[in-house]
Ligand binder design. Sequence first.
Ligand code: NCD
Length: 328
Amino acid sequence: MPAEPIFRLPTRHLLGIEGLAPPHVDAILDLSETYVETSRRAEKKASGLRGRTVINLFFENSTRTRTSFELAGKRLGGDVINMSVEASSVKKGETLIDTALTLTAMNPDVLIVRHPDSGAVKLLSEKVRASVINAGDGQHEHPTQALLDALTIRRRKGRLSGLVVAICGDILHSRVARSNILLLQVMGAVVRVVAPTTLLPAGIERWGVEVFHDMRRGLDGADIVMMLRLQRERMDGGYVPSPREFFHFYGLDRDKLARAKPDALIMHPGPMNRGVEIDSIVADDLDRSVIQEQVEMGVAVRMAVLDLLTRNLQGNEPPGGVPAGSGR
Ligand code: NCD
């Protein structure tokens, strides 16, 4: 049985990393460690969600995030429903809020929501009684990805504070980058971003990160090399010349990796574009790449978040009964 968490999250929702303080992050990661153990046993069941209903509501494609939330909910003994948006009334023109209200009438305890628009998940959280977890909203945030990345790093390096983390590639379109920058900075890591100007958000200098356009310089002495997928589905024009040219300048290969520390970890949230942002030789290098470990940590972190959030739910208070805020 996982240890009783000594801690509750400050709100009923997890909409972003913004607003989480180091003790919150530590508590989530500590509880996640116990769920890593649970998930490695033959008998993987815990009971934190017994009697609870969780709905996975995905308005955008997902493989690992949806599956790992589903596994997490089931390993905690909850009932998990996957809502297929393709087959739902959304295709018939029902609005986001109508969908949310319809689902609310079914009394779920947790809604896990992915949506292509930044801010859509927060809007939805203000209309429903359930706890809402942001599983990725547009280019905004993807908090459980940043938490699972932090868990992966902490387990390998023993700490987050003081590490140099280079986040490389399509920062502009990446909610993973945004959540990771927030979390790593709050935990005392030094964050670099490595990308062409076209793939950096305006005003990136104000995020407190070090900006590099030359990948070799950006990787110099890095402890962690975090690669991002080139998100071509969010591009409507000439952000990058060609995948081949992108790989030449910004793809992670052995040569560029040699600039990082000899024990630097290679990370990628998936799905990978092999030969575009990362060479298979380094992605599959089991001495350096922790990409599969990230997937394993994803289930444990999502179990911890589901557990901690549902501890805040008594019955289902009416909307407005507990401030939805912005997840803080
Ligand atoms: C990421 C996402 O959906 O934001 N993937 C994930 O959650 N594992 C990154 C991506 O799609 O490139």
